[in-house]
Design a protein around this ligand. Structure first.
Ligand SMILES: [Zn+2]
Length: 322
């Protein structure tokens, strides 16, 4: 029996899984990432937790895979930077951990890792050309082309969140302007809602849910209000769906994918959001690719990052990427 450790490093929580060679989760552990500020403390916390998981098995794990929320070079095992986790510029994470743990370590972007999990065990199983998107604080993307993860020339392919939606618009963290993420990232959805509430939009259900306290607003509450038929929540989610749909129309024309898989918190708005996205893609993309593409919610939920990281570890090991 061989084992892998899959790690889903997130800005809020870091999750660990001990997996067998069929990627069944045998042990699970997690910690709150902000408890370990700065790279030194966080790397130590990773090492400690990995060693703890290893105690449970007789043999060394064959490899460790880590999905990280940021831009990485998977071949060098280098983290260029992490979004929302400060102090992580140009860290050779692979080398650091391999030196201290004596096990091969592989890293990749978290959405690429999620795309691998969907390819092996989720909606993308048996599919060749798929785009995976996660909606949340940021908007991430992972691309599967001809059955394989496509990383691009410098490993940044699939960044759907940073496709510009307009010619002019608000500045984005990436250095660009008017990016999709700048309109449909969690924070911006909330900002738009507050703006409309201040302008006097009717919103009886939402106002009741938040008791006029704007700090209570978040995408989950907005989804709740949507399900109860709040008109402002409907308008907001309609906008989110239309904006995602416009960008996807471009992606569908460019890549002609079989499927677009959408996961993450915002996807909690469910069928209403998906309907708005599908409708926009149908209206805005070329007819034949638009008819072909299926736009569906992700199948794998919380464990996708861990399982995908385990798959990454095995694939990179097999590919001789040492
Ligand atoms: Zn951007």
């Amino acid at each position: 029996m061989s084992y892998y450790i899959g790690i889903d490093l997130g800005a809020t929580r870091t999750k660990f899984g001990l997996l067998n060679d069929e990627f069944k989760l045998l042990r699970y552990a997690e910690f709150n990432t902000p408890e370990f500020p700065g790279k030194k403390l966080l790397i130590q916390a990773l090492e400690k937790q990995i060693l703890h998981l290893r105690e449970k098995i007789k043999f060394k794990p064959k490899a460790i895979g880590i999905g990280v929320p940021g831009l990485v070079n998977p071949e060098k095992g280098l983290v260029y930077y992490l979004v929302n986790i400060p102090g992580w510029e140009n860290v050779y994470l692979k080398r650091r951990l391999e030196n201290s743990l004596g096990v091969p370590v592989f890293i990749d972007n978290d959405v690429n890792v999620m795309a691998l999990a969907e390819l092996y065990f989720g909606r993308a199983k048996g599919k060749k050309n798929v785009l995976c998107i996660t909606l949340g604080t940021g908007v991430g993307g992972g691309l599967i082309l001809e059955g394989k993860l496509y990383r691009g020339t410098s490993f940044s392919a699939g960044e759907v969140g940073h496709i510009p939606l307009n010619e002019e618009g608000p500045s984005c963290n990436c250095g660009g302007k008017a990016c999709l993420e700048r309109y449909v990232g969690n924070r911006y959805i909330v900002e738009e809602t507050i703006e409309k509430l201040k302008k006097g939009w009717s919103s009886p259900i939402l106002s009741d849910l938040i008791k006029n306290d704007f700090s209570q607003l978040n995408p989950e509450i907005l989804s709740m209000a949507l399900k109860k038929g709040d008109p402002l929540a409907e308008a907001i989610w309609q906008n989110v769906g239309r904006r995602i749909g416009i960008v996807l129309a471009g992606v569908v024309n460019l890549l002609n994918p079989e499927m677009v898989i959408i996961g993450g918190g915002v996807a909690g708005a469910g069928e209403f959001l998906f309907k708005a996205i599908r409708q926009t893609v149908k209206e805005r993309a070329m007819r034949i690719p638009a008819e072909k593409v299926k736009i569906v919610p992700a199948k794998l939920k919380n464990d996708a990052g861990i399982i995908g990281a385990g798959i990454l570890a095995r694939e990179m090991l097999k590919g001789g990427k040492r």
